[in-house]
Design a protein around this ligand. Sequence first.
Ligand code: ATP
Length: 441
Amino acid sequence: MRIAHVGIDDTDSNYLGMCTTYIGALVDERLKGLGYAGIGEPRLIRLNPAYPMKTRGNGAVHLRYYIHDRRDASRLFEEVENIVARYATLKDPKTDPGVVLLVRDDQYPPQELEGFYLSALRGTVDLSAALRILMNLGGMAAWFKGGRGVIGAMAAIGAPEGSSTVYELLAYRSAGLGKGPRNVDEESVRLADLETWPMTYDNYDWYYMEPLVAPRGPDPVLLGIRGPDRGAVLRGYDLIKVDCRVERLLIYRTNHGSGSHVLDLESISELKPYTTVRLEGRVSKRPIMGSGSHVFFELEDSRGFRIRVAAYEPTKHFRLIAMGLEPGDRVRITGSFRPHDPDPPTVNLERLEVLELAQLTGVSAPRCPKCGHRMESEGSGKGYRCPKCGHRDRSLRPMEVRIPRKITLGEFVPPPRAHRHLTKPPEASIWEGRPSCSVEE
Ligand code: ATP
C-alpha cells in the first residue's frame, strides 16, 4: 500500500462564499465513501498572513489516503478535481484553485517540501518555482484559471507533522446561505469557554463581550473551535447551542497559535515586504493617534535604522499600551511589514514586549525650607514664596521630579477579536507549561 497526499487551496471568495476547509470536508467524505481509507488527521495549514493575495486566513488543506497503485491514485485525483471544479467559486476573478497529489511510501509530510512550506509561511514564493519542485518529486497538479492555489496546496502537504499541534473543529451549515450572523447562542459560547479554556481558546472576547466562534461572511462555516486538546474541542462543541442544521463537521489539525510565521531580525534594514518580523529597538518618536484612531510610533534599532510601527484601530485597548510608550523605551515588536505605498512603510503590531522604560523627569516648585509646603514661583528669576508660612527665597531653584509611567514592563497582545490564526495566544504558555508572562491590561 502507498499513501496519496492531497493538497487543496484557493477555492473561495470574499463575496461569493465557499471555504477551502469545506471543500476538504466534501473531498474527505466522497473519497471515504468510495472506499479510500484515510490515514493521519486532515490538516488545515495556515500560510503567510501578510501575503497580500490571500482571501481571509490564508489556509490550505492536506488530506491523506491509502492507495494501491498509480491507477488508483489517478482515480482519486480525478475525484478531487471534480469536487473542486464543482464547488470552487470560479466566478470570482481572484479565485485560482489548485490541487496537488503526491504519492509516497508513508503518511509523513515529505521532508523535501519543508523548505517550501517555510517559504510560503514566512515569505512569498512563485508558481513556477512550485511547479519545478513538484515535477522533481513526481507529483501531479491540477489548476483552474491562474492556478496560484498550487502553491498553498503544496505548502500544506509539506508542513512537518510537528508544525500542527492545535485542533480546529469546524461545523458547517449549507453552502450558499449568504452572509450575516449565525444562529449561535451567545450564552452557551460563554459557558463553553469557561468550561474548556485554556484547552480551547479565542471562543469569546471577554473584553468586548463578543462570541468569536462564528464568522459573518457568506462562507459555509457555522462555527469553529480551536485548542490543543481534541477532547476539549469536542466538549466545547457539545456545549454550544445552535439554532440551525449542522450539515457536516470535520476536525482539522492545524498550525494555529504556533507563532511559526515570525522571522527574527537583527536590524530594520533586513525588513522584506509582506513578512512578519520580530525586532528590538528603542522608541524614537512619541506615539500619536492619527485619523481612523490608529496609533503610530517610530522605532530605531541599535544601528540607527528607523521604521514606523502601527497599532491599528481593530486592536482596540492594545492601542493604549502603544500610546503609553515614550521615546527611549526599549521594546521588542512583532508584526507584519507592508511597504504601504503611498503611506510610509509600516510594521502592523501583533505583539509588543516592553523591555525597559525610559525615566521621565519634569520640574516642580521646591518645598519650603521652613514648613515643607510646596512653594509658588514669584515669576521668572524672582525666586519662590511659600503660600502657607509666607517665607520668601530668591536663591531657590526648581526641583527635578520623576514622572510616573502609564505602562509597565511586560508582554502585550491585542484582544482575542484581533488575533491572527498563527499568532501565539497567551494560553500557549499554559499549554507549554511555562509561567505565563503575557499580560493584557
Ligand atoms: P481561506 O482561508 O478563506 O480558505 P485564503 O485566505 O486561504 O482563504 P486563498 O483564497 O487560499 O486565501 O488565497 C491565497 C492564495 O495565495 C492561494 O492561491 C495560495 O496558493 C497563495 N499563497 C499563499 N501563501 C503564499 C505565499 N507565501 N506566496 C505565494 N503565494 C501564496
